[in-house]
Design a protein around this ligand. Sequence first.
Ligand code: G3H
Length: 496
Amino acid sequence: MAGTGIFTEILDGEVYKFYADGEWRTSSSGKSVAIVNPATRKTQYKVQACTQEEVNKVMGMAKSAQKSWAKTPLWKRAELLHKAAAILKDNKAPIAESLVKEIAKPAKDSVTEVVRSGDLISYCAEEGVRILGEGKFLLSDSFPGNERTKYCLTSKIPLGVVLAIPPFNYPVNLAVSKIAPALIAGNSLVLKPPTQGAVSCLHMVHCFHLAGFPKGLISCITGKGSEIGDFLTMHPAVNCISFTGGDTGISISKKAGMIPLQMELGGKDACIVLEDADLDLVASNIIKGGFSYSGQRCTAVKVVLVMESVADELVEKVKAKVAKLTVGPPEENCDITAVVSESSANFIEGLVMDAKEKGATFCQEYKREGNLIWPLLLDNVRPDMRIAWEEPFGPVLPVLRISSVDEGINHCNASNFGLQGCVFTKDINKAMLISDAMETGTVQINSAPARGPDHFPFQGLKDSGIGSQGVTNSINLMTKVKTTVINLPTPSYSMG
Ligand code: G3H
């Protein structure tokens, strides 16, 4: 159970502590932030409302801990990460339980998130040992006008303090996807969890604590974004920000200093369906892509662009599958669970009502109880409807009928987002041409969009983000190149 067993020390009465200097602490503010269970709409947990002064202290510790960590052998950093991964996986049950309670993720998907996170940490440790253990050696006489008098040695060195801000929908996985690359590369790490997802994050951080990382190297600060958000992201000690979330990322990137940024800010992933597509495959992928975790994934299918000639048949197939989706509590592994908050449910409802007023065809009756919204497929959506462009982040999926492939590509490219997209066709040549034409960071051919496997590059164009993720790219982003040039008095050639 969350907050018990090995996790007892992270809880103070009914409020979870924050993590600083290798210890679990209560905030001097004396205040807490309530975490509301999306399904029951009652307070489930409480976390510390940390102060700006506490942020300052944590940053100071992170700066000094990083100096010694950068001198810790790479194999030793990897060893500690493997240990943390094992502890995390061994304790998947209480962590998954807190995911269920604070973000209403279905129980089995919550377990998957924790296990996937352990695997990510281990993979990152191995990849880090490989790619950070080698550098480059360049000779000067390959560039015109130079003789072989200079040997250039390059290696990757840490940035310093990395600030990680994961989103509510993958608080554990998208936290470790920032923490593990930062640590293996020799950085220290300050984590600001989302409010909903904070307790899962605190449990995850305790696994790193138990693994034995040095004091001050990892910190986890909880609290209200309105009080410590800007203070954290604009803090002079921060040398890199890795953020996943919504529009806030755009304002963070405008305010941040001259530091590397890794931002993933959502998407309006299009699913283009051609006449020759395997419609059963498309329908299954629309269900998986559009409705898993109730559509609350940045990589969810968010608009279907189907050729008119096959639209009726596809819509019927999807409708039949929507009817089989179970709706209810996350504890019972229902497919569709409550969306994260009342304001999120209200926003989704606003998009649905706009589509209704403008004449979209409702394939199911619109139904909502509290934060629980029943899955809804909207057919005959037109470009003048908000849902054709906006990201509902809920179990509501628009279908636009198109009369040409170009119309589909144009719709996809007119979006301010450019995360992923997908195309369904049996013709690989057409698929490749469409993939090249789509202005998105990734295009999936004959499958729904997805970030994983976690070592694949993952990036968005336009408002979907900056910087590429995936294990290798994250390690590279969290390092800088250091060069040493050896200057010889005369040209020298190794003669064999
Ligand atoms: O919500 C954003 C995540 O990066 C999506 O990850 O494709 O594994 O669901 P996923």
